[in-house]
Design a protein around this ligand. Structure first.
Ligand SMILES: *Cc1c(COP(=O)(O)O)cnc(C)c1O
Length: 851
C-alpha cells in the first residue's frame, strides 16, 4: 500500500492509514506500507541542496526537523529514537556540504532521501502506538539499483532504475519481521552501496518494485482520486471512472497524459503479473481502477482520451533524403547528443517531423535552440510550439476507425500538425495547437460517447462519472420508469411476447415539460412516432395539435382526437392526398414547386405553410437528416421566388414557414438558429405569421449523455423571438414525447457461440424494432428476469429474422441469460411499433398501455 506526501502529512491522515492497513490485515494478508516524504519536504530538501553556505543549509535542516517534531507532537508520541538519529544525520550532512566526501551527487541523494526515511520512521512509531505493531524497513536494503548503459552518473544517482526481479529470500526475510511493515518510497541502493533516488514518481515506482520483488498479492496506490478516468476530470466532468484496465492500456493512458499514475511504475509488475489498484484515500469505500494482466473480453472501445501540453514539434526537411544513406542516423544523433528523447515520429520522402515531450525532456528554449542549430547542419529545421498531443487510447484502435467519423470531423476545424498511430495498435494521436485543447476535449469526449466508440454502456469497464463521484452529481436523470414496474412487466411478458408496453405517465411528463416552454405558441405532436390512440388522446387533451404525414395518419388523428388541430406535412404526396387534407380541415404544408405549378387551383383562396430547405441537415444518423442538398425534403431557397410568384397567381396565402432538419438533436441552440433563419426569410415575404421550427428533440440514449435542457431551449427561443416578436412559434416534436415511455419485451429463445461471438437470440427482431438495423440506433437492453444479477457476459442480442442485420444490440454486457428470460429493450416508444412489418411472415408485437 503506497501513500503519497499529502496522505502522510497530518495525524488525521495517519489515522486513516492505520484504518486502511488494519482492514487489510483483518483480511489475513501481510501489509507493506510504502510512503513518501511529508508534503513539501522533498522540495525543502532540494532547496537545502541548492544552498551554497553551510549556515543556510543547517537552517533549512532545522526547519525540516521542526516539521517532524510538530507532527510527532500532534501524534502524541515521544520523538522516536530513529527520527532523532536521522535528524542529527541530516544536520551533519547539511553542515559538511556536497564536497566533503568528494561525491556531490551521492550527498545530494542521501540528503533528499531523508524525507522518506523520516516520514516512515514517524509512521512506524505512530502505528505501533495505535496498536498496529509496525516494523520499520530500510528500502535500501531491499531494492537494488542497476546501472543501465544509456545512463550517466547523474541519472544513475538521481533517476535510478531498480532491478525488480522476484527475490524469494528477501520475501522470506521480510515475512519473518512482522505482519505490518513500513518502508520508504523514492530510495534504493546501488552496486557500490550508495543511496540513490528513483526520480519523479519515485514512490509509485518503489511500491511497484516492492510488489514485483515480493510477488505481492497486489499493489495499492492510495491517492486523492479514485483512479484513472476516460478523460482528465478537471477538463471533462462527465469523464468516467475506468474500472478495469490491462497493463498495456493503463501504461498507454499514463504515458499519454494521465497524472494519477507515473508511467514508470507499471512495467515492473508485468512479468510477475501483480495487479495494481488505484484507490482514493479520502473515500476508501469508493471503487477504484484495477490494473492487471488479463486482457478482458470486451467490445472494442476507446477507453480514454488524454492530452499532453507543452509539446514541441521539430520538422526537418531535406531534399531527397531517402536516397542519402544515413540521413536519419545523422538527425537522430543530434537528438542523442543533446540528451533529448523523441516521442512521435512522422515521415515523408523529404520530411521527418518528431515531437518532444516535456515530461521526458528538460525542454527550455535554449535546449531546443541548441538542437535546432545542430540540426541545421544537415537539414532545414522548423520548430512548432506550443502544441498539444490529443490521444485516443484503446485496444485495437485500428478496428474502430469507422466509428470515429464524428471525432475526425471535429479535427476538420483545426490545424492538425501531425497524426500518429502507434504500432502496438493502442493509440491514435493528433498534435494540434495547444490553445485549442481546453475547448476540444469535452467535445471529443461527448462525441466518443455518442458515437458509441467509447462504450460507456459497458459497466465492467466504465464506472460512474467524476461528476457523479465527486461533483454535484449528474443532471437529475430519474431512473427509467420500467425499473419500478418490473413485476407487472414480467407478468405481461409471461402472457405474450414480443410485446410493446407504453407508460402513459411518462408521456404525460414529457408533454408537461414542453407545455412549460414560454416561447412556444403551439405544439403539434408528430404522430408518425407513435400513433396509439391512447397516446394521441393524452397529447390532444393537453392542447397540442397533431402533425400527420399521410391520409392514414389524418384519419387516425381524427378518430382518436377529433377536435385536435391537424397539420398535414407530407412529402411527395399525391394530388388527392392534399385535396382530402384540405377537405378535412387540416393545415397543409407544401415543400415543392410541383403542387403549385400543376395543381395551383387546388389551393386557391387557402392559407398554406411552406417547408423550406435551409441547406443543411442535422441528427443522430445520416438517414434521419431531413435538411441539406442530399435530402428530398423542403423547397430549395433558390426556388422560393418562383414559388411565391405562383402563390400570388393562384391567390394562395403563404402564412407560415417551416423547417425540420433532422432527428435526435440534443443541443438547444439548434432551434434558435432555425428560428432566426426562418425569421430572416419571413421578413422578405411579408405574409408570414407562423414559424414552425420542426421537431427532432433528442432523447439521450447512451449512458453519460446529458438530456436536452428544456430551460436552455426556452431561453434560446425567447432570445431569438425577442428579436422577431411578430411571429407565432410552432414546434412539432415526435420522438421526444414518446421514446422513453415505451419498452419492447421479448423472451430469450436460444444462445449460441460462434466465431468468437456469443449470440443471445430473442423472440423480437428487426421486424418489430428496425431502428438498430436502419439507423444503427443504440437501445439499452436489460435482462428483466435477472435485473439484480451481475452483468458479466458479453452478448450479441439478435432476433429471429433471416437477415444478417437482425441485431438489436452489439457487444452487450448482460447477466448470463437463459431460455425464457424476459428481455427489455428500452426507449422503444418512438418509431418502434409504427415501423414494424410482417417480414418473414412473423407476427407483429401487440401494444399495451399502462397508467
Ligand atoms: C418526423 C417529423 C417530425 C418529428 O421528428 P422527431 O425527431 O420525432 O421529433 C417533425 N416534423 C416533421 C415534418 C417530421 O417529418
Amino acid at each position: 500500500m503506497k501513500f503519497g506526501g499529502t496522505s502522510v502529512a497530518s495525524v488525521e491522515r495517519w489515522r486513516n492509514i492505520r484504518e486502511l492497513a488494519a482492514a487489510r490485515r483483518a483480511e489475513g494478508v501481510r501489509v507493506l506500507l510504502v510512503v513518501s516524504a511529508l508534503a513539501g519536504v522533498t522540495d525543502a530538501l532540494k532547496a537545502l541542496c541548492a544552498e551554497d553556505d553551510a549556515s543556510a543549509r543547517t537552517q533549512a535542516a532545522d526547519a525540516i526537523a521542526e516539521r517532524h517534531r510538530a507532527l510527532a507532537a500532534a501524534m502524541q508520541i515521544a520523538l522516536p529514537e530513529r527520527v532523532g538519529t536521522l535528524l542529527d544525520g541530516l544536520r551533519q550532512l547539511a553542515e559538511r556540504g556536497p564536497e566533503a566526501d568528494g561525491d556531490p551527487l551521492a550527498w545530494k541523494a542521501l540528503v533528499q532521501g531523508h524525507g522518506e526515511l523520516l516520514s516512515s520512521a514517524l509512521g512506524a512509531a505512530f502505528l505501533s502506538a495505535q496498536h498496529l505493531p509496525t516494523q520499520w524497513i530500510d528500502s535500501r536494503d531491499c531494492l537494488r539499483a542497476v546501472a543501465l548503459p544509456n545512463q550517466n552518473t547523474r541519472t544513475r544517482t538521481l533517476s535510478a532504475t531498480v532491478d525488480a526481479q522476484p527475490d524469494a529470500a528477501l520475501a522470506e526475510r521480510l515475512a519473518a519481521q512482522g505482519e505490518v511493515l513500513i518502508a520508504q518510497g523514492f530510495i534504493a541502493r546501488d552496486e557500490n552501496g550508495r543511496c540513490v533516488l528513483l526520480g519523479r514518481g519515485g514512490s509509485d515506482t518503489s511500491a511497484s518494485c516492492f510488489g514485483a520483488v515480493l510477488k505481492a498479492a497486489r499493489v495499492e496506490i492510495w491517492t486523492d482520486v479514485a483512479g484513472m478516468f476516460s478523460a482528465n476530470p478537471r477538463q471533462v466532468a462527465g469523464a468516467r471512472l475506468l474500472r478495469q484496465l490491462d497493463y498495456e492500456e493503463a501504461q498507454e493512458i499514463a504515458t499519454t497524459g494521465a497524472k494519477v499514475l507515473h508511467p514508470r511504475c507499471l512495467s515492473p509488475l508485468r512479468a510477475p503479473r501483480v495487479p495494481l489498484w488505484i484507490k482514493d484515500t479520502n473515500h476508501p469505500d469508493m471503487e477504484g481502477t484495477e490494473i492487471g494482466p488479463q486482457v478482458r473480453e470486451a467490445a472494442p472501445s476507446v477507453k480514454a482520451i488524454s492530452t499532453r501540453s507543452g509539446i514541441t514539434l521539430v520538422s526537418m526537411e531535406s531534399v531527397g533524403m531517402w536516397q542519402q544513406v544515413g540521413f536519419l542516423a545523422d538527425v537522430f544523433d543530434a537528438f542523442r547528443r543533446h540528451g533529448i528523447s523523441v516521442d512521435l515520429i512522422g515521415s515523408a520522402e523529404t520530411n521527418v517531423t518528431v515531437s518532444l515531450d516535456p515530461t521526458e525532456n528538460l525542454l527550455d528554449s535554449d535546449a531546443v535552440a541548441a538542437l535546432a542549430t545542430d540540426l541545421a547542419k544537415v537539414c532545414r529545421v522548423k520548430v512548432i510550439a506550443p502544441c498539444a498531443a490529443v490521444t485516443l487510447v484503446g485496444r485495437g484502435m485500428r478496428s474502430m476507425l469507422h466509428q470515429l467519423s464524428s471525432v475526425l470531423a471535429e479535427f476538420g476545424q483545426l490545424r492538425v500538425h501531425m497524426i500518429s498511430q502507434s504500432s502496438n495498435n493502442l493509440n491514435l494521436t493528433f498534435v494540434v495547437d495547444e490553445d485549442v485543447v481546453d475547448d476540444l476535449l469535452p467535445r471529443l469526449h461527448e462525441l466518443l460517447v455518442r458515437a458509441g466508440s467509447l462504450r460507456s454502456d459497458d459497466s465492467q469497464l466504465f464506472g460512474p462519472s467524476w461528476q457523479a463521484l465527486y461533483g454535484s452529481g449528474e443532471q437529475d436523470i430519474a431512473p427509467a420508469w420500467w425499473r419500478g414496474e418490473r413485476t407487472r412487466l414480467l407478468q405481461l411478458a409471461a402472457e405474450r411476447s414480443p410485446r410493446y408496453v407504453y407508460h402513459l405517465p411518462t408521456v404525460q411528463a414529457r408533454i408537461d415539460g414542453l407545455k412549460h416552454l414560454q416561447a412556444v405558441d403551439h405544439v403539434h405532436y408528430a404522430i408518425k412516432a407513435n400513433n396509439h390512440a391512447r397516446i394521441l388522446q393524452a397529447v390532444a387533451a393537453s392542447g397540442f395539435g397533431l402533425e400527420c404525414v399521410s391520409p392514414g395518419e389524418l384519419a387516425a388523428a381524427k378518430a382518436a382526437a377529433p377536435d385536435a388541430p391537424r397539420l398535414f406535412t407530407p412529402n411527395f404526396a399525391r394530388r388527392d392526398d392534399y385535396a382530402a387534407a384540405l377537405d378535412d380541415g387540416a393545415t397543409v404544408t407544401l415543400d415543392a414547386l410541383h403542387p403549385m405549378e400543376h395543381w395551383g387551383e387546388l389551393f386557391t383562396g387557402r392559407s398554406i405553410m411552406l417547408r423550406v430547405d435551409l441547406g443543411r441537415g442535422l441528427g443522430h444518423h445520416e438517414k434521419v437528416r431531413t435538411g441539406g442538398s442530399g435530402s428530398k425534403f423542403g423547397l430549395p431557397l433558390d426556388q422560393l421566388d418562383r414559388f411565391l410568384e405562383l402563390a400570388r397567381t393562384h391567390d394562395v396565402r403563404v402564412q407560415g414557414l417551416h423547417a425540420h432538419l433532422g432527428s435526435g438533436i440534443l443541443d438547444a441552440g439548434h432551434w434558435g438558429e432555425v428560428y432566426a433563419q426562418l425569421a430572416a426569410l419571413a421578413e422578405r415575404i411579408g405574409s408570414i405569421e407562423i414559424l414552425n421550427i420542426g421537431g427532432g428533440l433528442g432523447v439521450p440514449s447512451h449512458p453519460g449523455e446529458q438530456p436536452l435542457d428544456l430551460n436552455a431551449l426556452d431561453r434560446v427561443l425567447s432570445e431569438v423571438k425577442a428579436a422577431y416578436p411578430q411571429y407565432r412559434l410552432w414546434m412539432e416534436p415526435g420522438r421526444y414525447l414518446v421514446a422513453e415511455s415505451g419498452v419492447l419485451l421479448a423472451r430469450v429463445t436460444q444462445d449460441k457461440r460462434k466465431g468468437g461471438h456469443h449470440y443471445l437470440g430473442i423472440d423480437a427482431g428487426m421486424h418489430n424494432l428496425i431502428r438498430p438495423a436502419l439507423y444503427e440506433a443504440w437501445h439499452e437492453i436489460v435482462n428483466l428476469s435477472r435485473l439484480d444479477q451481475p452483468a458479466i457476459a458479453l452478448y450479441q442480442v439478435v432476433g429471429p429474422i433471416c437477415e444478417t442485420g437482425d441485431v438489436l444490440g452489439n457487444d452487450r454486457r448482460l447477466p448470463v441469460s437463459a431460455e425464457g428470460d424476459v428481455m427489455l429493450v428500452a426507449q422503444a416508444g418512438a418509431y418502434g411499433a409504427v415501423m414494424a412489418s410482417n417480414y418473414n411472415l412473423r407476427e407483429t408485437a401487440d401494444e399495451i398501455v399502462i397508467e
